[in-house]
Design a binder for this molecule. Structure first.
Ligand SMILES: [Zn+2]
Length: 318
């Protein structure tokens, strides 16, 4: 059976399970298609699907994606570890109760969480920033944390709002304040920050090198993908400008971006692509390097945002 077909079957099985037992949890193997469906539901209704709350569906095996890039996240949301002999950089923190899972994932890969020198956080939503407080309490005292100025503000705001909600969390005090174009390092890992407001106004994206044998690729993490918490047309306009800017970075003459290391793996079919890593032959292309796919994803994000802009403008006018 092809991967695509297997996913379609899995998605159908989930749909029929849902029809027969509305309130039953829906465990998954983290296939991209049903998660993408849940994501779209999330975007429209702002409600996290029930199965995303279930630990069994969240746990996935950590893996080496590139020689210096490791996946240490859960099913719903990514955490990426960029490594060097002098120390590591972590992108995003997950959220409780999964931050211990993140640390266990790092150890399972033969790496030591105490070698994490820098934690960069894409934006202030709980699933990306919610684990910062726990990480700060267990990592080495000198470990630095970085967000944009607005990112720190929105994370504090989100944490404060969560106090009366089912998933309360706390945020750490601001540390490094990232500005557009800034290059930060942790160990020997160098990462460049881009302020890409839209998903939230504090969202930051990151460019870094991903090594695959003799080849070094310019990888890019888009800091926020969804339009699930839009507060008006200005935010959608910022989102569209950011997506266009990232699209231009894939054509940048100097070091063009070549692949997307996503904050939500289902958005790029990561579960299926990483399975191809296991059976990859030395002459095969790297299954996570898909520049046409990345550009198509950006074009789709832009097209959806342009539709949303019309809706938000109408809302504002009425
Ligand atoms: Zn978010």
């Amino acid at each position: 059976m092809t991967l695509r077909f297997r996913n379609a079957v899995a998605a159908l099985a989930l749909l029929s399970a849902e029809a027969s037992a509305q309130e039953q949890p829906r465990p998954t193997n983290c296939e991209s298609a049903p998660l993408m469906a849940a994501w779209n539901e999330f975007g429209e209704k702002g409600k996290v699907a029930q199965f995303l709350e279930i630990a069994v569906s969240q746990k996935i095996e950590p893996y080496k994606a590139f020689d210096n890039v490791y996946y240490v996240g859960i099913c719903w949301v990514s955490a990426w570890l960029l490594t060097s002999p002098q120390g590591h950089v972590l992108i995003d923190t997950l959220y409780e109760p999964y931050t211990e899972q993140l640390l266990a994932n790092v150890r399972a890969l033969g790496l030591d969480p105490k070698d994490i020198k820098l934690v960069v956080i894409t934006h202030g939503h709980f699933d990306h920033a919610g684990g910062a407080a726990h990480l700060k309490s267990v990592l080495e005292p000198g470990t630095r944390f970085a967000m944009s100025r607005e990112g720190w503000r929105e994370a504090a705001e989100e944490a404060a709002l969560s106090a009366t909600r089912p998933r309360p969390w706390t945020m750490i005090e601001p540390d490094i304040v990232l500005t557009d174009g800034q290059v930060v390092t942790g160990g020997d890992v160098t990462i460049q920050a881009f302020e890409t407001p839209g998903h939230t106004m504090g969202t930051v994206s990151f460019a870094f090198d991903a090594r695959d044998g003799a080849r070094t690729y310019r990888a890019f993490t888009v800091g926020g993908l969804g339009l699930n918490r839009i507060r008006g047309p200005d935010q959608v306009e910022a989102y569209i400008a950011s997506v266009k800017r990232i699209r231009a970075l894939t054509q940048d003459g100097d070091r063009p971006v070549e692949l997307h290391i996503a904050t939500h793996g289902f958005s790029t079919g990561l579960t299926e692509a990483k399975d191809r890593l296991k059976t990859r032959k030395p002459t095969d292309p790297h299954p996570l390097v898909d520049l046409p796919g990345f550009r198509e994803q950006l074009d789709n994000l832009q097209a959806n945002a342009e539709k949303r802009l019309v809706v938000e403008r109408e809302k504002k006018a009425n």
